[in-house]
Write a protein that binds this ligand. Structure first.
Ligand code: BDR
Ligand code: CA
Length: 344
C-alpha cells in the first residue's frame, strides 16, 4: 500500500529530482508539498513546485507556501549551484495551478493529524516550516510515522561554511528547535527518531553523465550525453519531456560542481533522503545526540554531534553513516525511468 508522504522543499535541482522520485514511487502517495525559502526565494520555490507537478501530470497534490525567511534572520543570498530560478537551465511551462490557501506550517500539522502514525515526513530544505509546525503542534513527533531530513554534516566538513551544511546554516534556530523536539525525556524507540541524511552520506551519491544516459535509456528516450566540453547551457534534445527537463536542470548543476572543484558530477543530496524515507534500509544509521551551534562566531550552523557520548544525553537522531550509491541509482533509474516513459 502507498504510504502518505509530506515533503518540505526549497526546489532546487536536487529537490526537484527528489520530488520526481517520490511521484514515481508506487509505494508513496504524496499528500502535500511545503515550499520554503532556501536555494531560491519562496515565491520561486512555489512556482517550481507547481510547474513540476504539471510536467509530471501529478494532479491533486497541494502545494503550500511557507517561510519567506528564517525564524530569526533574513534569507541568505541564493545558492550558486541551482541557477537563478533554481532549476538550472530547465525552463518549465507556466501553469494555471494555484497554491493551496493554507500556509506550509499549518499544512504539516493538518497532514500529520489526518494520517496519525502513518505519515512519512521528508524535509530537503531549511527547517523553518517544520519548526513553525512544531510550535503549533508539539505532538508532531508522536504523530509522524517517520521523518527524514537532508541536512547537516556530522563527521564531515561543511559545504556552505567550513563546518556547516546549507539547509542547517540557512536557519540554524529552526534546525535547533526541530532537533530539540525529538530530544526524548524518556526512552524512545530509536525507530521513532528522525533520520538525518547529511553530507557524510549524500556526498557519496554522485550523479554522472553515464548515469543520466542510463536513466534516459530506461525511459526509452533519446539522450544528449552531457560533457564538460559542451558549450555551457547547451539544451537537451532528449525525446522524453521529463528526461529533457532533468538533463537541462542537471547540466547546470554538473557545471557548478565542476567549477567548485568536484569534477563533472553532482551530488544528489535530496533524492537520497527521499529514497531513504520510503526505504530506510537504503542508509545505515547510528543513534546519536546532535545539536546545532547558534552562537559561534566561526561555527554558527554547525551540527555538533556527540559521537562519544560526552553529554550523557539520550540520542535524538539516527544519523546516516553509510549508503550504497549503486543500489540507490539502480532504484532511481528504475522508478524515474518507468515514470518518465509513462509521461512520454
Ligand atoms: C542541500 O543544500 C541545497 O542546496 C540542496 O538542495 C540540498 O538540500 C545540500 O547541502
Ligand atoms: Ca534542497
Amino acid at each position: 500500500m502507498a504510504a502518505p508522504v509530506f515533503v518540505d522543499v526549497d526546489t532546487g535541482v536536487d529537490d526537484a529530482i527528489a520530488l520526481i522520485y517520490l511521484l514515481a514511487s508506487p509505494d508513496a502517495d504524496v499528500v502535500g508539498i511545503a515550499s520554503t525559502a532556501g536555494n531560491v526565494p519562496v515565491q520561486q520555490v512555489c512556482l517550481n513546485n507547481l510547474r513540476l507537478l504539471d510536467l509530471c501530470r501529478a494532479d491533486a497534490v497541494p502545494v503550500f507556501k511557507g517561510a519567506e525567511h528564517p525564524l530569526n534572520s533574513a534569507a541568505r543570498a541564493k545558492s550558486r549551484v541551482h541557477g537563478p530560478q533554481g532549476l538550472g537551465y530547465a525552463e518549465l511551462a507556466a501553469t494555471a495551478r494555484e497554491l493551496h490557501g493554507d500556509d506550509a506550517a499549518t499544512a504539516w500539522v493538518t497532514a500529520a493529524q489526518r494520517y496519525p502514525g502513518e505519515l512519512i515526513g521528508v524535509a530537503t530544505g531549511p527547517l523553518t516550516n517544520l519548526a513553525l509546525a512544531l510550535r503549533i503542534e508539539p505532538e508532531l513527533p508522536a504523530l509522524l510515522r517517520r521523518l527524514v531530513i537532508m541536512g547537516g554534516a556530522y563527521d564531515h566538513r561543511g559545504n556552505t561554511t567550513p563546518v556547516a551544511e546549507w539547509n542547517i546554516v540557512f536557519d540554524p534556530e529552526a534546525a535547533s528547535e526541530v532537533f530539540a523536539a525529538w530530544s526524548p525525556s524518556e526512552d524512545v524507540d530509536p525507530q521513532r527518531l528522525p533520520i538525518l541524511c547529511g553530507l557524510d552520506v549524500t556526498r557519496r551519491i554522485a550523479l554522472t553523465p553515464e548515469i543520466l544516459s542510463r536513466l534516459a535509456a530506461a525511459a526509452g528516450s533519446t539522450t544528449t550525453v552531457l560533457s564538460i566540453d559542451d558549450e555551457r547551457g547547451t539544451r537537451s534534445t532528449a525525446s522524453n519531456p521529463l528526461i529533457r527537463m532533468i538533463e537541462d536542470a542537471t547540466r547546470f548543476y554538473l557545471e557548478s560542481y565542476h567549477d567548485l572543484g568536484h569534477g563533472y558530477l553532482a551530488h544528489l543530496h535530496d533524492p537520497l533522503a527521499a529514497a531513504a524515507a520510503l526505504d530506510p534500509q537504503l542508509v545505515q544509521t547510528q543513534p546519536t545526540t546532535v545539536d546545532v551551534e547558534l552562537a559561534g562566531t566561526l561555527t554558527r550552523g554547525m551540527t555538533v554531534t556527540d559521537w562519544s557520548g560526552r553529554w550523557s544525553r539520550k540520542p535524538n537522531a539516527l544519523i546516516a553513516v553509510d549508503a550504497d550509491p549503486a543500489l540507490f541509482f539502480d532504484r532511481l533509474i528504475e522508478r524515474v525511468g518507468l515514470f518518465a516513459a509513462s509521461l512520454g
